[in-house]
Design a protein around this ligand. Sequence first.
Ligand SMILES: Cc1cc2nc3c(=O)[nH]c(=O)nc-3n(C[C@H](O)[C@H](O)[C@H](O)COP(=O)(O)OP(=O)(O)OC[C@H]3O[C@@H](n4cnc5c(N)ncnc54)[C@H](O)[C@@H]3O)c2cc1C
Length: 486
Amino acid sequence: MNRAAGPPFLETDFVTLSGGNVKISGTELREASQSMKGSLFFPGSQEYESSVRIWNGMFQKKPAAIAYCKETADVAKAVKLARRHGLLTSVRSGGHHVAGNSLCDGGLTIDLTYMNKVSVNQEKMSVKAQGGALLEDVDRLTQLYGLATPFGVVSKTGIAGLTLGGGYGHLRRKYGLTIDNLLSVELVKADGSVTHADETQNQDLLWAVKGGGGNFGIVTEFEYKLHSVGPMLYQVYTAYPLSEGIGVLKRGRKFLADEVSDDVSAEFQLAKIPDTRFYPMEMRGERVVVMRAVHAGPVKKGKEEMEFLRHLGTSLYDSSGPRSYVDIQTYTDNTVPNGIRYYSTGIMVQELKDELLELMVEEYSKVDLDEVGVTGIWHTGGAISRVESSETAYAARDNQYMIVIDLGWSGKENDRQQIGWGRGLKKKIRDLYPEKEETGYINFQPGDNDKLEISAAYGKNSGRLSEIKRKYDPDNFFRVNHNIKP
Ligand SMILES: Cc1cc2nc3c(=O)[nH]c(=O)nc-3n(C[C@H](O)[C@H](O)[C@H](O)COP(=O)(O)OP(=O)(O)OC[C@H]3O[C@@H](n4cnc5c(N)ncnc54)[C@H](O)[C@@H]3O)c2cc1C
């Protein structure tokens, strides 16, 4: 970033928290920018344009300025600038949340993309990573030591959003959610001051960031517990024809319910595979049920324990085998390209009822989805359910399955059909579980969700979260998120 070569700083209009407008002089903006190790960027600059290109192409928001931060002090300065003028402010780390809340129209976006340093402490079995790191930044380094902390399943996702929501991945049943391995955070508060939270100081804050999203401040550094993982693990990835779907799902369900150990984190995926190069020829155009499972222990044990999952029906495609953990973490990255239009939504259930399996197979037999159209049924439980719901802000722990509907397509004209189908499917699933109180997961909640769904995600911890919000952000400065009101 060469500040001297950039355009002059002009007086700029910003949208405020109350929805009004405020002008900030070019002089003040220049001084603010020059006081940072990073810089402020404005529309038209390369840095600005790359920051506003986020994963979900549905969102074309245009902040008035982007504060590209290179260190914690930059984040603090950006927050102080925003507070001084009451600016609407969003926080962007990996830019992968489906709701597009990392950007805000007309306000200030605080971007942590350049803050991605990672360091391993082998003795303490822990890793520290700056808030803008992606999963791959951490996984690649920790694996050099044969270690890992549980993250999500697509390596380009930001650790910040993933962690602050909870963090489900391939090690979930063995080592829990990402937040179950979070030891401490460094955080810039709503007044621009910097604080730490760990098990000895600001415990309430540490509790709140374990699932309460970006409501309490900007996390500039995360510290996680590490486990010995890999470097080689056994992965099952077997596709079965949808025509055999009911049998495949029922056999898989029984195995997961009765036999499988917590070493195995498994997922069914229902899909009509698009005709794109990201998928093997054998799968393209097929309607399938894929069984994907990862064993967290030695390869030999993984192969033995999971062999059954490769024989749930007639295999159409099978790439199961030993793989490096880094390979597993990046295995499906290319199936969710940046910048097309996306809609994701999820629902948690205790058991896979026959009616659910029938519904899923029927829906996928008739639907004609576009580039991405996958419903994942993730087996959860295990270590996740051994933590009490009150121990972390994330409350939805006593479920055994998380159903995630992921849709991706091109063309605004297809929005209605795609989103309508996703919402409709979710409603049909919910109707099959009338006895169940709604619980959710903010990381898979779209921007269109109503207040009810947000409070369902925070569940029985909503009250305590509001109290902590009142303490750390009484003015609700951090509001461009799945918001908790003070
Ligand atoms: C392709 C793909 C795969 C995914 N796979 C998984 C998965 O396997 N498991 C899983 O659990 N989830 C998964 N998710 C969901 C993912 O966890 C969320 O989208 C997550 O919020 C992304 O984090 P981010 O930093 O990239 O997002 P961003 O969009 O940058 O941030 C999301 C929100 O978090 C807040 N925020 C961001 N950075 C900070 C910060 N430093 N401090 C405070 N608040 C901040 C802001 O409110 C922001 O709006 C996936 C998402 C995608 C797109």
